[in-house]
Write a protein of this length. Structure first.
Length: 222
């Protein structure tokens, strides 16, 4: 069974989150990253694992380090690197689960990122699909970043940044988009399944709740 993930949804309210979870379940999404302000610990909701997410935007390693000082222990820690200095720091810091690449910086997905991830032992690059629906020109930098990730053997994922259920991407649609822009189908599927899952399964608390979400419900009838 494929475990599909969307590591970034950004609902503004609990009601928006509830509608996103219901729709995500219909789309076979099993893992959602949710702002820590809405979810304070890994939670199973309707068979979907909700991961609290702490995101830091930084241009320098000093800014990144300062943002990490407030990272909750039970959160998925994401650094959105606005410049090379922050990207390099995020790629080596063991508190960082995900390195997010802004749309205008596809060149940050490079040989150095690949090397630093290998030396640290793990790493995941995150790319957002949020602008593609609004502006097709946003597809070009996304395609460049995704193809560079494949070329340098860097694990990567794509996220919806959905504010409500209408913004969600079906995982197969997201994979198909990646294939259209030149990512091999196997890699495109891995970006929605294997790669984000590997990053999550490093954390024992995430792993435990995910297993309970995936476990068959007792007393279920066919």
């Amino acid at each position: 069974m494929s475990i599909y993930s969307d590591l970034s949804v950004i609902p503004e309210s609990a009601d928006d989150l509830k509608s996103i979870v219901t729709t995500a379940k219909m789309m076979r999404l099993k893992i959602l990253g949710v702002p820590w302000s809405l979810v304070r610990e890994p939670t199973c909701s309707e068979g979907v694992l909700l991961l609290p997410r702490h995101a830091v935007k930084a241009s320098t390693r000093r800014e990144a380090r300062k943002g990490l000082d407030n990272a909750p222990k039970e959160a998925l820690v994401v650094v959105e690197a606005l410049e090379t200095d922050a990207a390099r720091y995020a790629a080596v810091n063991k508190r960082v689960d995900v390195l997010r690449i802004p749309p205008d910086k596809p060149g940050l997905v490079d040989r150095s990122t690949a090397r630093l991830f290998r030396e640290r032992g793990w790493g995941l690059v995150e790319l957002s699909l949020s602008e593609v629906k609004r502006n097709l020109e946003a597809l070009r930098p996304l395609a460049i970043a995704a193809r560079r990730a494949v070329a340098y053997s860097i694990p990567f994922t794509v996220v919806s940044d959905a504010r409500d259920y209408m913004d969600l991407w079906h995982p197969r649609a997201a994979a198909a988009l990646l294939e259209v822009v030149g990512v091999p189908w196997k890699e495109a599927l891995s970006a929605l399944t294997t790669y984000p899952l590997s990053s999550i399964m490093r954390r024992s608390s995430f792993k435990k709740v995910l297993r309970s979400c995936l476990a068959p419900r007792t007393g279920a009838t066919s």
